[in-house]
Design a protein around this ligand. Structure first.
Ligand code: ARG
Length: 460
């Protein structure tokens, strides 16, 4: 029997139910629905709508349903449209006539929105922790990397040598912004819709402020229509996930490139690579590839859900049921990707020699030569032309760049030493730059920010 059978002359058509049920996936919300329902029951008790023994009976029935769901013994019925219906049905079976009082003053509209907010809070917190874990792995590897250098790239062409630590921390800062964004989104998740009813509140003496406090949420809705229609928190969470996914995709792409023989910078640990079913010699960076591949669906979830929302009139519309699958999947994919990337990056062997060799190409010090001339009074454009001409001459076969620099009237042997391996990176001392002095400061600031984010997550 459906929750709304009283209104209908006939039972629901099978194809109608098949099209509209959400139980298969919204089982994910079981614990959140139980938490919301328990807070509601206590609110009904406080309002004098249930006596203490009825409150106790309903809380006990919710506890039994919780145990059955956790142990897999909960028996679902064909009429269970969603997890909320299923739990209410079971509570009614367990608590008899008192069970029929559970839904007093509540609609599935405020109930579902409440459960989804509790779910989102849980998963944003978990995601924040995982994003911190990956930052910690990157910081640890950056620490071990000491003053090792690799080429920094623009346009995927070697540009200037940078510290490997600087390169790794660059990814770390992006992930840190994801955590900042997530903490900011959490503020807007922390609103309790319970008490908004179907759309207009209740004639019963319910106290939405007290219910919000019971759920550990920061406050209640301001407007009941908005409370049941608002899925901004889902869209924002999907954006947080999509952008984090894009960051992981860029990291994944780099793992793929750097572990190729063409680069040869990364040697993947066997436990974090896959083989080929046919080619015996292969070792493949599937974790990096899937990190890159998953970004597509994460971006798709955001775009799809914004499209679902865009034409909806106030207040609840069944379209909103489409909020769940993209949100659940976005969290699920990141909750799988992040531990895998932590494992891979925590164990990858850096081929520091290959990196150093690639970074030692004298041309990577070209801008240092130009800046050396600038320090001696030459306008930068002119200096750029002098050095560019020497690079061109060297590439045309006129000699090694260092020899040409040493022989040049405005440059000479002292300037040529700037092209020695390591010299260019060591010269970058400006704040936030890629040299050892600046990176030492950066390491400290990164560690401080990570600790601060962990602390904020612990109390979020
Ligand atoms: N499973 C539905 C959802 O997630 C439940 C809400 C149905 N509400 C209603 N008034 N028909 O949106």
């Amino acid at each position: 029997m459906t929750l709304w059978s009283g209104r209908m002359g006939s039972g629901p058509a099978a194809a109608m139910m098949a099209f509209t049920v959400s139980l298969d996936y919204d089982k994910e919300l079981a614990q959140d629905d139980l938490d919301g329902s328990a807070a509601h029951v206590e609110g009904l008790g406080q309002a004098g709508l249930l006596d203490p023994s009825e409150v106790a009976a309903l809380l006990a029935a919710l506890g039994t349903a919780r145990d059955e769901l956790a142990s897999g013994t909960f028996a679902f019925a064909a009429s269970d449209e969603d997890i909320h219906t299923a739990i209410e049905r079971r509570v009614t079976e367990l608590a008899g006539a008192t069970g029929a009082r559970l839904h007093t003053g509540r609609s599935r509209n405020d109930q579902v929105a409440t459960a989804l907010r509790l779910y989102t809070r849980r998963h944003l917190r978990r995601l924040g922790g995982l994003l911190c874990d990956l930052q910690e792995v990157l910081a640890g590897r950056a620490e071990q990397a000491g003053e090792a250098v690799l080429p920094g790239y623009t346009h995927l062409q070697r540009a200037q040598p940078v510290l490997l630590a600087h390169h790794l921390l660059a990814h770390g800062w992006a992930l840190g912004r994801d955590v900042d964004r997530l903490l900011d989104a959490l503020v807007r998740v922390e609103v309790s819709p319970l008490g908004a009813g179907a759309l207009a509140g209740s004639s019963l003496p319910l106290d939405p402020d007290a219910t919000a406090a019971r759920l550990g949420l920061a406050g209640r809705f301001e407007n009941s229509l908005d409370a049941v229609s608002d899925r901004d928190f889902v869209a924002e969470s999907l954006f947080v996930c999509a952008l984090a996914g894009v960051h992981l995709s860029r990291l994944g792409e780099e793992i793929v490139l750097f572990s190729s023989d063409e680069f040869g910078f990364y040697r993947l640990d066997d436990a974090w690579a896959t083989g080929s079913s046919m080619l015996p010699q292969k070792k493949n960076p599937d974790v990096g590839e899937l990190a890159r591949g998953k970004a597509g669906r994460l971006v798709g979830h955001l775009a799809g859900f914004l499209t679902t929302l865009k034409g909806l009139p106030l207040a609840y519309n069944r379209d909103l049921q489409e909020d769940k699958e993209p949100l659940f999947d976005a969290f699920a994919q990141l909750e799988l990707a992040l531990p895998a990337l932590c494992g891979l990056l925590g164990t990858v062997r850096f081929d520091l020699q290959a990196m150093a060799k690639a970074a030692a190409a004298p041309a990577l010090g070209a801008v240092d030569l130009a800046e050396w001339l600038v320090e001696r009074g030459m306008p930068f454009r002119e200096a750029h032309g002098v050095v560019g001409g020497l690079v061109r001459a060297s590439l045309a076969g006129d000699g090694d760049l260092a020899d040409l620099v040493a022989a040049h009237g405005a440059l000479g042997p002292e300037a040529a030493r700037l092209l020695e391996p390591g010299a260019a990176a060591a010269r970058r001392r400006t704040a936030g730059g890629a040299g050892a002095v600046a990176v030492a400061v950066q390491r400290g600031r990164f560690a401080d920010r990570l600790a601060e984010q962990r602390a904020r997550l612990a109390t979020a």
